[in-house]
Design a protein around this ligand. Structure first.
Ligand SMILES: *Cc1c(COP(=O)(O)O)cnc(C)c1O
Length: 361
């Protein structure tokens, strides 16, 4: 097999090797079926079983209460920016959005095209280097929901704890930290994640929704955009992204095999600490996020000058450390180290950073 590099991409991102190998093995002929999962009808028993098993494994892994449903939708996390207000804002109603980063801002802007959305808090003026504090939020007690972004993929900040929305349903975009630590789903009305960061491949979005909220979908919504229709048809109103759901199912099984969410949480904290400890002990590297709000998933930092950053990325590439360039909108360096990112790659990055500082600092 060809050497694999350490892939620090923010998404699509690294997958667990056992998942890739199992998918490869089953790609030509799914065991006992005589055809590939890529070729199967979504109405076939095999595919229905794959979808049901993925759902029941997610339920087990994240202890999803019985009054929540799991949907596998398309359109990425970005389509949820519109579907959520379409389905959950009542006639004449309104919702609150907390803006803590790039995708949070896009979600806010997109939702405003659909309904009245109030800005509950923003850290944009501080360059999104931190998460708003609870006391900085202006929350309407009669809002239909409060939307927040659990991990800010581009800026490298993460909520240590969910905002307290009181009795208003909390909606969370967990695209870049889904199933990276234990989660208390009962705190939420709805959570969603595009799969291509922590859960699998692009093309499927996981939505976990409390059943009473499904009832809010108005009957005049386009069927594809209605949670009620998608739920009634078990995420198969039209052809679902079968291959993406299959991979997601394998990733969930891998997390369970590794010891579940507690173990993922421990590993992700340990991995990110290795890099943050180096940043804290160095005058050369400067972290973007304030210490308390650092992301365990996307570690963002700068070097003294963009020329050094360019050189850093180039030399890292020569050392099998790929995709470390920060998002085009902010520059700098970003190491995305999701669930599937191996310890060894983080150790290799830290050694490389020390050596780079020694020769360029
Ligand atoms: C990547 C990302 C998105 C956008 O996901 P798509 O599936 O490409 O639409 C939204 N929110 C967060 C937090 C992300 O990291």
């Amino acid at each position: 097999m060809a050497e694999r590099v350490f892939n620090f991409a923010a998404g699509p991102a690294v997958l667990p090797e056992p998942v890739l190998l199992e998918a490869q093995e089953n790609l030509f002929e799914f065991p006992g079926i005589g055809m590939s999962v890529l070729e199967m009808s979504h109405r076939s028993k095999t595919v229905i079983d794959i979808m049901e098993e993925a759902e029941s494994d997610i339920r087990t892994l994240a202890s999803i209460p019985d009054n929540y449903s799991i949907l596998f939708l398309q359109g990425g996390a970005s389509l949820q920016f519109s579907m959520i207000p379409m389905n959950l804002v009542s006639p004449e109603g309104h919702a609150d959005h907390i803006v803590s980063g790039h995708f949070a801002k896009v979600a806010f802007e997109e939702a405003q095209k659909i309904a009245r959305i109030d800005l509950a808090g923003s850290t944009e003026l501080q360059g999104f280097d931190r998460i708003p504090r609870q006391q900085e939020l202006t929350l309407n007690p009669d809002a239909d929901y409060v939307h927040f972004t659990a991990n800010n993929t581009i800026f490298g900040t993460e909520w240590a704890e969910e905002p307290d929305s009181g009795s208003v349903p909390l909606v969370g975009d967990i695209s870049s930290n889904a199933l990276s630590k234990p989660i208390d789903v009962s705190k939420y009305g709805l959570i969603y994640a595009g799969a291509q960061k922590n859960l699998g491949v692009a093309g499927v979005t996981m939505v976990i929704i409390r059943d009473d909220l499904i009832e809010r979908s108005k009957d005049n919504l386009p069927a594809m955009l209605s949670y009620k229709v998608q739920h009634k048809s078990a995420s198969a109103y039209n052809t679902p992204p079968v291959f993406g759901i299959y991979i997601l199912g394998l990733v969930i099984k891998w997390i369970i095999d590794q010891g579940g969410l507690q173990e993922m949480g421990r590993r992700n904290l340990d991995k990110s600490r290795l890099i943050y400890d180096l940043i804290d002990s160095s005058e050369f590297y400067r972290g973007h996020a304030v210490t308390e709000d650092r992301s365990r998933m996307n570690v963002t930092f700068r070097l003294p000058g963009s020329e050094l950053e360019q050189k850093f990325v180039e030399q890292a590439n020569l050392n099998e450390l790929s995709e470390l360039r920060g998002h085009r909108s902010v520059g700098g360096i970003r190491a995305s180290i999701y669930n599937a990112f191996p310890d060894k790659g983080v150790e290799q990055l830290v050694s490389f950073m020390k050596e780079f500082e020694r020769t360029n600092g």
